[in-house]
Design a protein around this ligand. Structure first.
Ligand code: ATP
Ligand code: HSE
Length: 324
């Protein structure tokens, strides 16, 4: 791949004429007690196609979620993340054509902003020469910095169930395998709640008792997801965030309460307001989907819900190179 000499900015130009597509899964973070640490990759995908140009221009084609609201210029989240990543790698571009096809709903708790930055940083890393490319740990570090927490970006990058942690400014993550009988079902309401707003509802500190209770449930949840799903209901109990945010998503909180009272492991997905239920097998998945439909029709008539029975994505972000 050809690159020019460093420019006045000290940054080299990536070669023009390249084209690639990145497919990134949506994610559900927290899973109850795993606040800011656990996340599951889901089979709902955004795709981002990037072509490098010589015109110096930015062309943007946007379809699906956000097509009516998002900017199509350098202020777009994907462009900002892509430029930052290229710069960190020592490069810049001389024009881009970006085509974004967004399926993951925005501001609903399915990690749309994390998917966007993972797609952008993964694309930037694939556009630079092989010798300058970094590994997925580097992508995790940069995208966690952008998001402020690693729980959505990690499963979006690696797929599966991501267990993430932070040492000072360093983010790390490891992947665990979810038993095949676990089926995620999401109920996505038609109202939004931004992560920023939801984080603002949390107390600055919590008591030692709540912290101890939460630790036990988080440990149990990993066992439930990776070995014995019979423990999904007690394993998804949380003491850190959901009760503080319930006022901002009352229909979702009511649905979660009803599902849990019937023995189903339901939680707020990410910062909400989507409801995530984890079924143990197809029969329970069917029963959950049916209960969501009936309960919401009877109890939340002003809210339209989209119910999706998904799978755990095990691939994570995938790059397809079309032209180099
Ligand atoms: N594909 C995208 N392209 C550009 N901007 C996006 C994209 N996806 C999300 N965003 C921006 O991020 C905002 C939503 O981010 P926010 O963190 O509030 O919710 P979320 O990521 O969908 O949910 P959560 O973080 O709770 O899982 C959108 O309103 C939009 O501004
Ligand atoms: N852990 C994050 C996930 C949403 O980005 C939160 O609950 O605020």
């Amino acid at each position: 791949m050809e690159t020019t000499q460093p420019t006045a900015t000290g940054l080299k130009l990536v070669a023009a004429g390249q084209q690639l597509t990145v497919r990134v899964p949506g994610t559900s973070a927290n899973l109850g007690p795993g606040y800011d640490s656990l996340g599951l990759a889901l089979s709902i995908y955004d795709t981002l196609t990037v072509e490098t140009l010589t015109t110096g221009e930015l062309e943007f084609e946007l379809s699906g979620e956000g097509a009516d609201t998002l900017p199509r210029d350098a202020s777009h989240l994907v462009v900002r993340a892509l430029n930052t990543a290229l710069e960190r790698l020592g490069f810049r571009h001389s024009g881009l054509k970006i085509t974004a096809d967004n399926v993951n709903p925005h501001g609903r708790g399915l990690g749309s902003s994390a998917s966007a930055v993972v797609a952008a940083v993964t694309a930037a890393n694939a556009l630079v020469p092989e010798s300058a490319r970094r590994d997925r740990e580097w992508i995790l570090q940069l995208t966690s910095e952008m998001e402020g927490h690693p729980d959505n970006v990690a499963p979006a990058i690696f797929g599966g169930l991501a267990l993430s942690w932070q040492d000072s400014e360093q983010y790390s993550s490891t992947r665990a395998e979810v038993v095949p009988s676990v089926i995620p079902i999401v109920a996505v309401p038609d109202y939004e709640l931004s992560t920023e707003t939801a984080r603002g509802l949390l107390p600055a500190s919590i008591g030692h008792h709540a912290a101890a209770m939460n630790s036990g449930r988080a440990a149990l949840l990993i066992h439930a997801l990776t070995a014995d799903p019979r423990f999904l209901l007690p394993g998804t109990e949380d003491y850190l965030h959901q009760s503080y945010r319930a006022e901002a998503m009352r229909p979702s909180a009511a649905l979660i309460k009803a599902l849990r009272s019937s023995g189903h492991a339901a939680v707020v997905s990410g910062a909400g307001p989507t409801v995530l239920a984890l079924a143990n097998g197809a029969d329970e998945a069917g029963a959950i989907a049916e209960m969501i439909t009936t309960f919401t029709a009877d109890n939340t008539p002003d809210v339209a819900w989209r119910v999706m029975t998904l799978a755990v994505d095990v691939e994570g972000a995938r790059v397809d190179l079309h032209r180099r």
